[in-house]
Design a protein around this ligand. Structure first.
Ligand code: PHE
Length: 500
């Protein structure tokens, strides 16, 4: 198609000098097709063109109905018989539905009909359906000489404005009526034969938009997780395997010295599994765990309640990744002693009411450090460095209670946006009541801390509703277009200064 069209454009220019408006010169060719041909000719400098915009009025569906069947008022008039009697309003309504009252209203205004009791009677013998006539004019010419008519038809939503485009074309600097096939590439053959000298080359279109690459996309949470992982790795941590989303209450609670009456073990807080409901077996040291709950040991008097193995066997969706840490510490204790640092970042589950900042499943970032001669001071010093690496320099600690750590500290950081101290994590020194039954020898202390992955991600990406970040309401476009996460890590010397 296009070669032919291009040639006829060039021929017309040759005979007429210019084309004032392609709409009249090429009435049966669509504007897009014309534009395609003109762009191609323009790139060869054979033509130049200007875009002409015309406002035209097109008929809306109601207007189309009137073109075919007459205006509502005309239809009503036609339905009213001549004479005193007229027609009952109810009959018109039954016959015309909602059109009846619209048509009557305009009919009254035009003084075509009037009301006589509950009947409608004619005031004139015949009418001219001017609306239909006007619509026919608009349809044929795209407008009307009377702006009042246009205004009225538009007000009645019978017509709407539309723009059409056409083009004024003149000869270009390289005008000719012949179209040479343009070469797109300079080839070896052209160089060898010398044909390149007489070839016309197709111009590069530097304005064309490239195809946007559609590779893989990481969810913002996974981007922040990656940043955290790198911080852990550069601080010498090993990653714990976290693919056990279901675990026994034993690992999730009992081995962590969480008493069986603890509120966290309620149905309201924890998801218990129905099928299977219980673990097949517990690790051999369950009796030591039972004893420390019931009677104490390692300097503790225990909780002094009858510990139930059935309760310990109940399967749960893990409520924290400390369930994983206890398991890994137990494995560590089976090896000859070595200091160790472990971390994990994965999902945990809590039976919580979902709101703008809470989900029933979220990600926990957790670290544990096992070493000799560790104190609360070592943990504080470590946390200072760890959070500095994320650009968080101002920490405060507040005493708190965890069944498995003593002392325990909530970690707060100053939030410049909120202008207040916000809790960013929980931490503590694991109790001997937990560590000794796991098999860790006396003199080995373990410090631990945990935080959510969602909170820093929301702050980093400026998301204030967690449901915009996780779950079925996530906009996949957001996942594609958000930037890589770069925590404002402080890499200064002071960060790497060894702490005593
Ligand atoms: N398990 C704690 C929580 O869920 C975090 C924590 C881990 C606290 C390790 C102390 C030590 O909040």
């Amino acid at each position: 198609m296009s070669e032919e069209l291009k040639l006829s454009v060039l021929n017309k220019l040759e005979t007429e000098g210019s084309i004032a408006d392609t709409k009249t010169a090429f009435a049966d060719v669509s504007a897009e097709t014309i534009l395609g041909a003109l762009k191609s000719l323009e790139s060869q400098e054979k033509v130049t063109y200007k875009t002409l915009t015309t406002e035209v009025w097109t008929i809306e569906s109601e207007g189309q109905d009137m073109l075919e069947n007459g205006s509502y008022e005309a239809r009503i008039f036609d339905a009213v018989p001549a004479g005193e009697q007229g027609i009952p309003v109810a009959e018109l309504s039954a016959k015309f539905g909602k059109i009846a009252s619209l048509g009557q209203g305009t009919g009254f205004k035009n003084k075509w009909i009037k009301k006589n009791g509950s009947n409608i009677v004619r005031l004139v013998d015949s009418i001219v359906d001017q609306v239909k006539v006007d619509l026919e004019t608009v349809k044929a010419t795209g407008g009307h000489t009377s702006s009042d008519v246009i205004k009225d038809l538009k007000r009645r939503r019978l017509i709407k404005p539309n723009k059409t485009f056409s083009y004024a074309v003149s000869k270009g600097t390289d005008f000719s009526t012949e179209i040479k096939k343009q070469a797109t590439d300079l080839t070896v053959e052209m160089l060898q034969s010398g044909a390149w000298k007489n070839s016309e080359f197709k111009k590069f279109n530097f304005d064309s938009l490239g195809v946007s690459p559609n590779g893989g996309h990481l969810h913002p949470l996974m981007k922040v997780r990656e940043e955290f992982r790198q911080i852990f790795f550069e601080m010498g941590f090993e990653e714990m395997p976290t693919n056990n989303f279901v675990d026994s209450s034993f690992w999730n609670f009992d081995a962590l010295f969480v008493p069986q009456q603890h509120a966290a073990r309620d149905l309201q807080d924890t998801f218990f599994l129905k099928d299977p409901a219980v673990a097949n077996e517990l690790p051999a040291f369950w009796e030591t765990v039972r004893d420390v709950h019931e009677k104490g040991g390692y300097g503790s008097i225990g909780y002094r309640y009858p510990w139930s193995i059935e309760e310990a066997k109940r399967l749960v969706l893990r409520t924290h990744t400390t369930a994983v840490s206890s398991n890994v510490l137990n494995k560590l204790a089976k090896e000859p002693y070595r200091p160790a640092k472990y971390f994990s970042i994965d999902r945990v589950y809590r039976n919580e009411a979902v709101d703008a900042t809470h989900l029933a499943e979220f990600h926990q970032v957790e670290g544990v450090i096992a070493d000799k001669n560790m104190s609360l001071g070592s943990l504080i010093a470590f946390l200072d460095i760890f959070f500095q690496k994320m650009g968080i320099t101002n920490l405060r600690f507040k005493p708190t209670y965890n069944p498995y750590t003593e002392p325990s500290m909530e970690i707060f950081s100053w939030h410049d946006g909120f202008k207040k101290w916000v809790e960013i994590g929980n931490s503590g020194m694991f109790r001997p009541e937990m560590l000794r039954p796991l098999g860790l020898e006396e003199g080995v202390q373990v410090a631990g801390f945990g935080l959510s992955l969602e909170r820093p991600t929301m702050i980093k990406y400026g998301v204030d509703n967690i449901r915009a970040l996780v779950g079925h309401k996530v906009d996949l476009g957001m996942v594609q277009s958000n930037p890589a996460c770069r925590l404002d890590k402080k890499m200064g010397k002071e960060v790497f200064q060894p702490t005593a």
